[in-house]
Design a binder for this molecule. Structure first.
Ligand code: AMP
Ligand code: GLY
Length: 426
């Protein structure tokens, strides 16, 4: 079967790499794709906001499955348009994608389904927000309701900071995303991500991972899309994972079905492990980036078969996906200046020379200019290694990172530190 993959980041390179290993996959088209995928996919320039053009492309190229990587086209209803044209699509409908697109929507769903999460109030103007703030202890969490490129969350330590945050949001500081503001109780605990596939009825667990959101070593500096990840994250023990499945994932799938917006695709749960057990911070309606890279390295089953079964509502026919017992760890090499002002155009050389067993370099923001590979975005490369232990994976990944010739790049030196610390103290 031929596949159309939407997106061009490190997440999509990892999906493409894994899809290409499936015996049933014919041609993969990636819109727009990136140079890392060039040997396994044909890059196509498609305006993905033009759903008729995407439908026509699928008809012309005998596409049997559309895989949507990022959240924006999902929130924009691309999956609905594919479904209307009878093209199997991996990714939720626009309505179901509200799980990521609206924090207030998700909180209300949690209330209805009795899913453990932080106490909250949805507010629609400054006066309501100020009144709500008076009810919460400090620190307090303030969130723009809509998609805000990962920047719409403020953890206010003082009443003044909280007031300024809500005033900024209602003054349009985050555009339409801030027309509603959710005020939340601050939860304490370690964060971990968990992924599951669902077709709206059946649910299969995938795996856990831990991201590193801050730009600097020791979790310092501004938030980013993620500077590195590893999987599994042993802090989410088998017992805790089962709790997450029973108390969070299954009730979500059921609540979405009951609300007449069945969720189909990957559920990416951002969790916090509190003293009272795992609680939901938020959902994303797509794979994490760079968490997807480590999940794909560990996945031992046929990704195309899994995604197609999800798309067709036939997940019940699949056996639970198997993951290698090994640890996968990925280090993001970013362009200097990221996340505020990443330097574009920096040359990257010698990638083939540094290739070694058990290490895969996924491309994120790269492009070819006159035969030279250059940086073309904030996060540029994801150097991803497998090892019998997190230490082995980390050593292999850093050895490769250090020999990549990318003078205008930088990376964190401490990916995996929480798990390394834990192992030292046990
Ligand atoms: P989000 O953009 O929703 O991923 O939130 C960004 C980060 O804010 C999360 O990864 C958490 O570190 C933090 N956060 C969000 N909500 C809460 C909460 N209720 N309690 C504590 N931390 C939170
Ligand atoms: N790495 C965080 C995310 O994909 O949202």
């Amino acid at each position: 079967m031929n596949i159309l993959l939407i997106g061009g980041g490190g997440r999509e390179h990892a999906l493409c790499w894994k899809l290409a290993q499936s015996p049933d996959v014919g041609k993969i088209f990636a819109a727009p794709g990136n140079p890392g995928m060039a040997s396994i996919a044909e890059s196509v320039s498609l305006d993905i906001s033009n759903h008729d053009a995407v439908t026509a492309f699928c008809a012309a190229h005998d596409i049997a499955l559309v895989v949507i990587g990022p959240e924006a086209p999902l929130v924009d209803g691309l999956a609905d348009s594919m479904a209307a044209a009878d093209i199997p699509v991996f990714g939720p409908s626009a309505k179901a994608a509200q799980l990521e697109g609206s924090k207030g929507f998700t909180k209300d769903m949690c209330t209805r389904a009795n899913i453990p999460t932080a106490a909250y109030v949805r507010t629609y103007n400054l006066a309501e927000a100020r009144a709500a703030l008076a009810e919460f202890d400090l620190p307090v969490v303030i969130k723009a309701d809509g998609l805000a490129a990962g920047k719409g969350v403020i953890i206010a330590q003082t009443a003044q900071e909280a007031d300024e945050a809500v005033a900024h949001m209602f003054a349009g500081g985050f555009g339409d995303a801030g027309a509603e503001v959710v005020i939340e109780e601050f939860m304490t605990g370690e964060e971990v991500s968990f992924f599951a596939l669902t077709d709206g009825h059946s649910v299969v667990p995938l795996a856990s991972a831990q991201d590193h959101k801050r730009v600097g070593d020791g979790d310092t500096g501004p938030n980013t899309g993620g500077m590195g990840a590893y999987s599994p994250a042993p802090v989410l023990t088998d017992e805790l994972q089962e709790q997450v499945m029973q108390r969070i994932i299954h009730p979500t799938v059921k609540a979405m079905r009951n609300a007449d917006m069945p969720y189909s695709g990957v559920l990416y749960a951002g969790l916090i492990l509190t003293e009272e057990g795992p609680k939901l911070i938020e959902y994303n309606c797509r794979f994490g980036d760079p968490e997807c890279q480590v999940l794909m390295m560990r996945l031992q089953d046929d990704l195309a078969a899994l995604l197609l079964a999800t798309a067709k509502g036939e997940l019940a026919t699949q056996t639970a996906p198997a993951f290698a017992d090994q640890t996968a760890l990925t280090i993001v090499m970013a362009a200097k200046g990221y996340p505020a002002t990443p330097e574009k155009g920096g040359a990257i050389n010698g990638l083939t020379a540094v290739q070694r067993n058990n290490v895969t370099i996924f491309h994120a923001g790269t492009k070819m200019v006159d035969g030279q590979l250059v940086a073309n975005g904030g996060r540029v490369l994801n150097v991803t290694a497998m090892g019998d232990t997190i230490n082995a994976a980390r050593t292999a990944a850093y050895a490769t990172v250090e020999s990549v010739d990318f003078p205008s790049g930088f990376y964190r030196n401490d990916i995996g530190w929480r798990e390394m610390e834990r192992q030292k103290t046990h």
